[in-house]
Ligand binder design. Structure first.
Ligand SMILES: [Zn+2]
Length: 780
């Protein structure tokens, strides 16, 4: 503790500020600099508030497709007519079409640019990939105009330019047709979001097929054509449109696809139709195609085909799944007077887990996400079983997690399934409806979606083991090797560790915004406003950043800058806590206090030793050397001291006199920002009487000095303990500098004897000899 020597009126000495200090201060303020350089100038298409502007436009592409699956050769063939609507103010002389399957061509850049090396220990799968020779690229047979004339095209890897015979004027539409086929990849051996899984036990396939047809690229006022090549990580950027798709498959297959089945009477039995109708108003999922029915189909091979027709309005893509192994269940989820059908399709291998959880997780997701955004606008949402992936398309997604063959499963498998269903169904909201540019910004769909996934999981079950969301879950990544960490605002294909970068870190950032920076009320309103504004449109990162500020009156530029544009970490250190009390000037209090301080001051080592080493000092030997000062007690209280004190008090008014009370304690705390990321300060103060108080200080405390700040906390109680970030809400990567007074936290470590498990060569040789004896002992 220190006594404040006197209370004086503060008069700042501004004139002594040197140029060097001023410059340094300016550099430090960059973390609070507004994002004018980083953010595009607002336009008539996108406003400064983050909303679509009054001249916002977007292109549209409608598809009419006839698709056939060959179950014997695992091939898809298709004929599609694309009608492209030019809503832009620009005249277009060519169109760009995405040929995503070309990523699977043997000479694709995905494989030629993939780095590789040989190590002492390699997996069979790893070695097999070095021998990659599967030809999964598109085989285009025709690209023709509406009159059947061939169009001139140029293919550059995964992008195809279609040169228009006449330029397409603003407001015009153009129809053209593409005929194609490709070999479906074995998803288990070769990987991929789309493909087939072969089930050896019953010699059947489950097909989960997507990005399987030539798709229009997005043209907009931000990127022009978004035709950045598909390398595998950066997902898809697609315009909205209406789809009508006929899928021809073996007649014993069950098909699920984006959209609403148009000819149920032709492909379903009357019984299945009746079950589907029951499911609309049921309380629990209703089985439409049972496991017994699926099992009965498995050994047979239909020789005929059947065509399932689907229609979908205002979607950005189309995916489907087909198999004779499919079990199918369904449950209606009401939204106002609409009923959305939540459905699941899975083989027997997925049970008993899937029939219990999949469809209910779909329904739960639709309800919770709708509350945070807008009512789910599509008529169906479907979850399709895969072994281990998770991938999303409009109204349909492919989800992994499978129980053991004996029907048991671990809790990781159970929660893994519920989480992946929530996540992939949740993608209907981001990016299927709030249609961001995935090729460029993974975080805009994965981050926003993983954040809502976290909120949805926590409503499934108290204590749900969410992987992403709580701030402490991102700490290991953020304090990791900086060479491998990119800012969130990095292109999807250039990121190391895409999971933590584009999923977990933005999830945590948004949760910190919601819980710590903005508060739930302001955050939830602004987040919903963003979703509402950009529903069925193409937002950019700025549109999100600006809307969150626009709807909340919270300046978040410092937050976006730190969390999205840098790799800084949150690490605040509570450097010191200093204890002050006012010098009351009351001699009866102050002089004994000083005496105590003086007596407690440690004597130095020489003085201690001299007590014995110097038998007698000169003054001790000769009394005549003593005078007034040898007997003077500076801490003795004199009457004159008391009189002076009374006089001093008389000069003060009652308010000033109250401030001289001896029971006020002042604690000056100094904090330094070690990690660099700006963060609010949350402090838990614990007092001598055991009471605690939480103080929440907004991040703006750092606005003048982003490296070091101090703050004084007055109290009438003595402080015994201070904890910074007591609820672990800021993602602080080092907790050892968060407590005062410092204290050691016990950690258990494992003790073991020298490993005895490993066999040495002599032991092995001994076993070898024993084996020889056994073999020659002539056992029949
Ligand atoms: Zn995702």
């Amino acid at each position: 503790m220190r006594r404040i020597l006197s209370i004086v009126t503060i008069c700042a000495g501004v004139g002594v500020w040197s140029t060097g200090v001023a410059l340094h201060a300016q550099e430090r303020q960059n973390k609070f600099q507004q994002l004018y350089q980083e953010h595009r100038t607002p336009t008539v298409y996108r406003t400064a508030s983050g909303a679509p502007g009054h001249e916002y436009w977007q292109q549209r592409a409608d598809y009419d497709m006839t698709i056939a699956l060959d179950d014997a050769t695992q091939r898809v063939t298709g004929e599609e007519t694309i009608t492209y609507h030019n809503n832009s103010p620009d005249t277009l002389s060519y169109l760009w079409v995405q040929l995503d399957q070309n990523m699977r061509a043997p000479d694709s850049d995905t494989f030629t640019t993939r780095t590789s090396s040989i190590s002492n220990r390699m997996s069979f799968r790893g070695l097999e990939q070095l021998h990659y020779d599967f030809d999964g690229g598109f085989k285009l047979e025709h690209v023709r105009d509406a009159a059947g004339r061939d169009l001139h095209t140029v293919t550059n890897n995964t992008m195809m330019r279609v040169d228009l015979p006449e330029p397409l004027a603003p407001g015009g539409s153009y129809s053209f047709a593409i005929t194609w086929w490709y070999n479906i990849n074995d998803r288990i051996k070769l990987g991929g979001r789309s493909g087939y899984e072969y089930f050896e036990g019953d010699d059947n396939y489950v097909y989960t097929i997507a990005q399987f047809y030539p798709r229009m690229a997005v043209y907009n006022e931000v990127e022009g054509w978004q035709h950045k090549q598909f390398l595998g990580s950066g997902e898809f950027t697609l315009p909205f449109g209406d789809y009508r798709v006929s899928l021809t498959v073996p007649s014993d297959h069950v098909v699920a696809a984006t959209g609403v089945l148009q000819n149920p009477e032709q492909v379903l039995t009357p019984e299945q139709l009746a079950r589907l109708e029951t499911a609309r108003t049921a309380e629990r999922p209703v089985i439409v195609v049972s496991e017994a029915e699926a099992r009965a189909r498995e050994p047979n091979r239909a020789t005929t085909t059947r065509t399932w027709t689907f229609a979908a309005e205002n979607v950005r893509d189309f995916g489907f799944a087909t198999s004779r192994k499919f079990i199918w269940d369904a449950l209606g989820v009401p939204f106002g007077d609409r009923i959305v059908m939540a459905m699941s399709f899975y083989p027997k291998e997925a049970n008993p887990l899937w029939e219990q959880y999949s469809t209910r997780a779909v329904a739960h997701t639709l309800r919770v996400y709708s509350r945070y955004t807008f009512d789910y606008p599509y008529p169906v949402a479907q979850s399709i079983h895969t072994d281990n992936i998770g991938m999303e398309y409009p109204m349909i997604c492919f989800n992994g997690r499978r129980p053991e063959a004996d029907g048991t499963y671990s809790d990781q498998v159970k929660y893994g399934l519920i989480s992946v269903v929530i996540h992939e169904v949740g993608h209907n909201f981001f990016p299927m409806i709030v249609n961001s540019d995935e090729r460029q910004w993974t975080w805009m769909d994965e981050g926003l979606n993983s954040f809502l996934q976290y909120l949805t999981e926590q409503e499934w079950e108290r204590g749900y083991p969410s992987r992403r969301g709580p701030a402490e879950n991102i700490v290991d990544y953020m304090k990791g090797d900086r060479r491998r960490i990119s800012p969130i605002m990095t292109n999807s294909d250039s990121v190391w560790q895409l999971g933590p970068n584009a999923y977990s870190k933005p999830t945590t950032a948004l949760n910190i915004l919601r819980e710590t920076v903005m508060g739930r009320e302001l955050f939830d309103f602004a987040f919903k406003e963003y979703a509402r504004r950009w529903m069925f449109k193409h937002p950019t990162p700025e549109d999100f950043f600006r809307t969150m500020e626009d709807a909340s009156a919270v300046d978040l530029d410092w937050f976006w800058r730190g969390w999205f544009y840098t790799t800084d970490t949150v690490d605040v250190s509570l450097d010191s806590v200093e204890w002050f009390q006012v010098d009351t000037k009351d001699p009866d209090l102050e002089k004994p206090f000083r005496r105590q301080q003086s007596e407690q001051r440690p004597t130095d080592i020489s003085s201690q030793r001299n007590l014995e080493a110097i038998e007698r000092t000169l003054v001790e030997q000769d009394e005549s050397l003593r005078d007034f000062y040898n007997a003077y007690d500076e801490f003795a209280v004199q009457d004159l001291d008391r009189r002076d004190y009374e006089k001093y008090l008389a000069t003060l008014d009652q308010g000033d006199r109250d401030l001289l009370r001896p029971d006020y304690h002042y604690y000056e705390m100094t904090f330094s920002n070690v990690g660099g990321l700006i963060t609010p300060l949350i402090l838990e103060l614990e007092y001598e009487d055991g009471s605690t108080k939480t103080v929440r200080i907004p991040a703006e405390i750092w606005r003048r000095d982003t490296e070091r700040v101090s703050k004084v906390f007055p109290s009438t109680q003595k402080l015994t303990r201070v904890t910074l970030d007591p609820n672990r809400e800021t993602a602080d990567v080092d907790l050892t500098n968060n407590v005062w007074p410092a204290h050691a936290v016990p950690t258990r470590f494992q003790l073991f004897k020298q490993s005895q498990d490993q066999e040495n060569p002599m032991q092995r040789e001994r076993r070898n000899r024993e084996l020889g004896k056994e073999t020659s002992s002539g056992q029949p």
